[in-house]
Structure formats: structure tokens, C-alpha cells
Ligand binder design. Structure first.
Ligand code: ATP
Ligand code: MG
Length: 473
């Protein structure tokens, strides 16, 4: 079954690879993601191209670089026996065809040179094992030993060999199966899915960084919930994001139920994904309710409560990022902040006072718009009347934020009284009173007792200083 796919090979680079292969007297094929994405007509194809050589991938890369007019640099990864070069804005990876054999307690397989078929056997899915010949005599021929084209048409993720072997050999493939199912909106074939559930515990041998890479790709899909439902059902999710799994389930006491916060969260993530491609805003949506599991209580008078879950949740974000070896940088702080503030606009929607709006603008700073996007995505009620009403409430909050900000400019405001000024005015060395005074001035501005200007703030500071027994020099 060898159909012609020359139309896939429009990039100039392929001609050079063919020529280099001829010179080295070896066979080469374009394989994997490029072929899959070409057949699916996915736009992102051609940004990374994988070439397999029956022989040395490194030598082939070097020969191609020699032939290319701009003589690009070849990066060699000796341990993996691979080489990479850049051509225009495309990254081309070269690898020698190989067969792999795994032992049960190591991630690193024994690798030997192999045939094209052996190399296709070690690929993760039938749709990723498709290869197109770059050899002169068969240029453009498709080699599809496992019915990958049919699976692409039917939208099926399936391993080429026994899925238990494929997943146990390299457990990351379980994440990849779910990631591709989510990105492409494909179905994981039943045997393959069962094997993920069976081998889920093996994910523990995979580095956190690689797991997070796949999580990012799932989160950046059009409908991330698909991936998270699969991760949960197969038992993978609890191994690296137990905080999310803890949100699952509905408790009932005295006839009172709370909502299932796991599925609610996933709905929020899907909603926000329609509004933004920002990975970190999507992470914020994913984690916004994680404080609800540890704070859940039943109160006879008021029913279910999740007191301070936003605060608890924002503290959990740090531990979670740390555990997943995600960088503890500004992005993490941003997620913490959004989790912490995630209910604030909701409270405002019930009663919009100027001072509450000023406080929110001050606390959210430049992230106020993201916070509002989050809150709107957080509306998951199935009651059409309430749905409309909540959205209208947020429209009012947005309007009010605009008015207050135009008038009072508290977003990112620096309180007009600095610590240095306080020290000079009262002849102080660094001490507690400075902080107390600064805080009092800031509070008075946010409360609307005084205007956000120097003169009023200065007078206010003098009055407060007297209360503290400080004398102006
Ligand atoms: P994308 O680039 O969108 O992530 P891709 O399929 O190109 O998708 P890569 O990680 O670039 O994924 O890998 C290229 C090819 O290498 C895959 O198509 C697949 O054939 C093979 N491959 C990658 N990772 C694995 C793995 N863990 N096990 C088996 N084969 C793999
Ligand atoms: Mg790729």
C-alpha cells in the first residue's frame, strides 16, 4: 500500500535531504508529526520536521548542512544519536532508524540500529508512525504499516504494538495519547485506553518537566476538559494533580448538596479557553477552586461553606508549582493572585460601592481585566435567567471599574506619601511607625476619606502622626 504523497514535500529542504542520502547511499524518510499534520491539514505543520535515516542520522544532517547554500550549524545530541539543523524557520531533526528494547525499571532503552519497520514499531501511535520516502526511486511514497491513514480518517489514537508494552516501555506515551486525543479531538481506542488505566502508576518514573509539557499542550487545546476528564478517568491525574481530583464528587447532608467542583472547574477552563490563549490565565482557571477541598464544611444553619478557600487555594498554588518543578516566578505569582482574588468581583456584583471597587482595582492592578475574564468564565449555572443576570452584574462591575479608575486612578497607584518623606518629616530612623502611617494613608485613599493627591495625604499624615505621638521637626 504505497500511495504517492509528493505534494507533502513542497519544502525545498526535502530535495537536499534526497541528494545527501544519495551521496551517503542511505535511505531516508520524513516521519511522524509532519506527515500526520500534513494529512490533517493542520496549519502548524512544517515547524518541526523529523527525518529518519537508515544509517547515521548525524552523518545525514552533516551532509545536508554541507549542501545547503547557507551552511547551517548542526547541533549534535550524541547521547540520543540525533542531530538538528535549522532551515529558514523550520527545525529539522535527524535520527538513525533504530530498534529499542526496554527493561522494566529504567526509562532508558537499549538502542540498536534498525530498519525503517523497526523504527516505526517504536513510535507511539499509528498516526505518528507514517513515513514518506525521500529516496530517489520511491520519492513521495507513503509507508503506512499500521493503518495510520485509516486511523487519521476515523479519528483514532492507537498504539502500533500491544499498548501495555508501548506504555510500560515509555509511560510518557500515556500523556501523549491523551494530549493528542485532546488537541485533535480524537478518540483513544478502547484497548489503548484500558492499558493507560492499567499502567497509570508507571507515570511516576517520568520527570515532572515532561509531564508538565504535556499538561501545557492539553491546557492550550480548544477544549481542555476533554484531556482532564481522560486524565482523571484513567487514574493519571491523581498522581500529579491530586488537588484537582480532591474536588470531585458531591456531598449531601440534610438534603443539601454542593456542586461537583471538579467538573465545574473543567467547565470554567473550557469557557475561558474561548476567550484567551494565555496559558497562565488558563492555569488560574484550572486552580481557582483547589482551596475548596480542604476548606469544605457543613454548617447546620448556612449549609456548605468553603471559608477562605481563595486564600488557602493561593497558598496551595506554590506547593503545587514546586512539586511539578514549574518555575516559581512571576507567572506563579500571577496564578496565585488570580486564585486569591477569584471571588472578589462576585462579591462586588452584589453590592458595588466605590471603596470596594477602588480596593479591587488596587489589589488586582494590571490584572483586573484578566480577573474579570475569569469571573465571567466562572459562571456555569444552567439556569438561563441566573446566567443572564450574573453576566449583567459583571457588566455593571466593569462599568463601575471604568468610572472609578478614570476618576481616582488607583490602578498601580503609589501612595503619595513615601517612607523617606515620613522619616524626614518626623526625624525618624527606620521603625514600625513608618509602615503604620503609610498604611493609614493608603487605607484612607482606598476608603475615599481623602483624595488620591499629595496635599490631602500630607495633611492626613500629620493628623495620624499626632495620634502616634510623633512630632514634626
Ligand atoms: P508535536 O510536535 O505536535 O508535539 P509530534 O508527533 O511531532 O507532535 P514530537 O514530540 O515532535 O511529536 O515527536 C516526533 C515523532 O517522534 C512523533 O510523531 C512520534 O513518531 C515520535 N515520538 C515522539 N515521542 C515519542 C515517544 N515518547 N514514544 C514513541 N515515539 C515518540
Ligand atoms: Mg513534532
Amino acid at each position: 500500500m504505497q500511495r504517492d504523497y509528493k505534494e507533502a514535500l513542497t519544502e525545498d529542504i526535502f530535495k537536499y535531504i534526497t541528494e545527501a542520502s544519495e551521496l551517503l547511499k542511505l535511505e531516508s524518510y520524513v516521519i511522524g508529526g509532519f506527515v500526520r499534520d500534513f494529512l490533517l491539514q493542520r496549519k502548524k505543520s512544517a515547524k518541526d520536521i523529523d527525518i529518519v535515516a537508515v544509517g547515521s542520522g548525524i552523518k545525514l544532517a552533516q551532509k545536508v548542512a554541507e549542501l545547503l547554500p547557507n551552511k547551517p550549524k548542526v547541533q549534535i545530541f550524541k547521547t540520543y544519536g540525533t542531530a538538528m539543523l535549522r532551515f529558514e524557520d523550520v527545525e529539522i531533526e535527524f535520527v538513525g532508524a533504530r530498534k529499542e528494547s526496554y527493561t522494566s525499571n529504567s526509562r532508558n532503552p537499549e538502542v540498536e540500529a534498525g530498519t525503517l519497520e523497526e523504527d516505526q514499531n517504536r513510535r507511539d501511535f499509528t498516526i505518528n508512525a507514517l513515513a514518506i520516502s525521500l529516496n530517489k526511486s520511491t520519492y513521495g511514497a507513503m509507508l503506512d504499516p499500521f493503518g495510520g491513514i485509516e486511523d487519521l480518517k476515523r479519528g483514532i489514537i492507537k498504539t502500533p504494538l500491544d499498548p501495555n508494552v508501548t506504555y510500560s516501555d515509555d509511560p510518557l506515551r500515556m500523556m501523549r495519547a491523551i494530549r493528542f486525543a485532546t488537541q485533535l479531538d480524537f478518540k483513544i481506542e478502547q484497548n489503548s485506553l484500558d492499558a493507560i488505566a492499567k499502567n497509570a502508576h508507571r507515570i511516576d518514573i517520568i520527570t515532572r518537566e515532561r509531564i508538565v509539557d504535556e499538561l501545557h499542550k492539553i491546557l492550550l487545546s480548544t477544549k481542555p476538559s476533554k484531556g482532564f476528564v481522560l486524565l482523571e478517568k484513567t487514574g493519571l491525574l491523581k498522581r500529579f494533580l491530586p488537588e484537582l481530583v480532591a474536588l470531585k464528587g458531591i456531598d449531601e447532608v440534610q438534603g443539601q448538596k454542593h456542586k461537583d467542583n471538579f467538573y465545574h472547574t473543567l467547565e470554567v477552563v473550557d469557557n475561558i479557553s474561548k476567550k484567551t490563549d494565555d496559558l497562565w490565565l488558563r492555569w488560574s482557571a484550572l486552580l481557582h477552586d483547589i482551596g475548596k477541598a480542604p476548606t469544605k464544611r457543613f454548617d447546620k444553619k448556612i449549609g456548605w461553606t468553603f471559608h477562605a478557600h481563595e486564600f488557602v487555594g493561593s497558598k496551595m498554588v506554590y506547593k503545587l508549582f514546586k512539586r511539578l518543578k514549574m518555575p516559581l516566578n512571576d507567572k506563579m505569582k500571577y496564578v496565585q493572585k488570580l486564585v486569591l482574588l477569584s471571588s472578589r468581583p462576585v462579591i462586588l456584583a452584589e453590592e458595588v460601592t466605590d471603596s470596594a471597587v477602588r480596593r479591587l482595582i488596587f489589589d488586582a492592578g494590571d490584572d483586573i481585566e484578566d480577573l474579570m475574564i475569569h469571573c465571567e468564565a466562572d459562571i456555569t449555572t444552567k439556569n438561563a435567567k441566573k446566567f443572564k443576570q450574573y453576566h449583567n452584574n459583571f457588566k455593571l462591575v466593569r462599568q463601575k471599574i471604568k468610572e472609578v479608575e478614570e476618576r481616582d486612578r488607583v490602578r498601580n497607584f503609589q501612595p503619595p506619601i513615601s517612607g523617606e518623606l515620613i522619616m524626614e518629616t518626623f526625624n525618624l530612623k527606620p521603625c514600625r511607625e513608618i509602615g503604620v502611617l503609610k498604611e493609614a494613608v493608603k487605607e484612607a485613599i482606598l476608603e475615599g476619606e481623602i483624595k488620591n493627591d499629595f496635599e490631602e495625604a500630607y495633611q492626613y499624615m500629620l493628623v495620624k502622626a499626632e495620634d502616634l505621638g510623633l512630632k514634626k521637626i
